[in-house]
Design a protein. Structure first.
Length: 375
């Protein structure tokens, strides 16, 4: 349990993070910032076989938090006049989204998930069935594709040819990785380099993040935790998927980072140091979107708000990968921040109708978030 906290309530934070581990999370770690005060904490193990502890400086797959980085990169290109936020995607990628749809779907609709394009994941991973999964979901596809090198244009085609989940610009939108794979192709088209290289140079390096990368291969470099996937109790005991080829999501969800780097990034983003203040204002314009868990949330451009009733709004993004999860948020005034990383995913079992059942981790993690955000 490392602790660099001052007048923040370190004891309450230490107790809250320990309680998530006690509730059944193998390991988790976090950083909370309040002005210039920093608390870092860790509880539990990075490896259930050896008992090696997690530490707060570990590198971690942060899943869809990557989308904030990708959205910021696109907005930089909007600022320089290379991309029009309300220009149809067919202007840039006519082959990938052909016909009337390509003319009706704008770049903005891709970033805020209102394109109506379906999620490609259930087609790439057929045993997982729909997302979120009904009761007959099976985990086999996770193992089948551990080292599969997916072609992003083939994944996009799965999403584009699947039945639409809504009309372009319709409300609510539906969260879909297909949108962000298209944004990756768009970035490559207008910058003349790979999206990985562009995002690395213009977002990751601009923010001075030393432990953040979009890796080419399936391994996580540096100290990290194993990542345990339970797939709703159907993988028992949970299996380690920390070594995994991330080409199935590419620069929409393959970022590796640390809790300190995530807090630094969101701090700079909200200060107007990554994109301009007017771009940031666009990022904070929200629309209703149905999340992968089936809840309607407010979603902006790669950024979304969270708040407890009667409390201040925080902006940020969450993410999951097979076995891992993370959440990074920052208060609207930029003064208070939280980044949390966990090494178990989909711990809830499903009832006969496919609905996730409550688990002690749910309440423990909600309490940790509340203590970290609101003290």
């Amino acid at each position: 349990m490392s602790n660099e906290g001052m007048s923040m309530d370190s004891a309450a934070l230490n107790a809250a993070i320990e309680n998530v581990h006690r509730a059944g999370m193998p390991g988790l770690f976090a950083e909370v910032r309040d002005g210039d005060q920093v608390w870092r904490g860790a509880a539990g193990v990075a490896d259930v076989a050896t008992g090696r502890p997690v530490t707060a400086d570990m590198r971690h797959r942060v899943g869809s938090i990557t989308k904030t980085f990708t959205a910021a990169a696109v907005l930089q290109q909007v600022e320089s006049g290379q991309i029009g936020l309300d220009t149809p995607i067919s202007r840039y990628l006519p082959k990938l989204v052909p016909g009337e749809r390509g003319a009706a779907i704008t770049v903005r609709m891709l970033i805020n998930h209102t394109s109506g394009l379906a999620e490609y994941l259930p087609y790439a991973y057929p045993s997982l069935k729909a997302f979120p999964s009904p009761a007959d979901t099976r985990p086999e596809s996770l193992d089948d594709h551990r080292f599969t090198r997916f072609d992003p244009t083939e994944l996009i085609e799965m999403g584009v040819t699947a039945p639409a989940v809504g009309a372009p610009g319709g409300a609510p939108g539906v969260y879909s990785n297909t949108n962000y794979l298209l944004l990756v192709q768009l970035l490559e088209q207008v910058t003349g380099t790979t999206a990985e290289r562009y995002i690395t140079r213009n977002v990751i390096e601009r923010a001075g993040l030393r432990d953040t990368e979009l890796p080419a291969g399936p391994h996580i470099d540096g100290p990290h935790s194993r990542l345990y996937e339970a797939w709703f109790g159907k993988v028992d005991p949970p299996r380690d998927y920390s070594v995994y080829d991330m080409s199935f999501v590419g620069p929409s969800a393959s970022l590796i980072s640390t809790v300190a780097d995530l807090n630094r990034f969101f701090g700079m983003l909200l200060a107007g140091d990554i994109v301009s203040p007017s771009s940031l204002a666009q990022m904070q314009r929200t629309v209703p979107v149905v999340s992968q868990e089936g809840k309607v949330v407010d979603y902006g451009l790669g950024l979304y708000p969270t708040k407890a009733p009667g409390q201040d709004t925080f902006w940020g993004h969450g993410g999951t990968v097979w076995g891992g999860g993370a959440l990074a948020v920052i208060r609207a005034d930029g003064k208070r921040q939280m980044a949390v990383a966990v090494n178990l995913q989909r711990w809830n079992t499903l009832d006969s109708s496919g609905k996730p059942q409550p688990h002690p981790i749910d309440d423990a993690i909600a309490t940790l978030y509340r203590v970290a955000m609101y003290g």
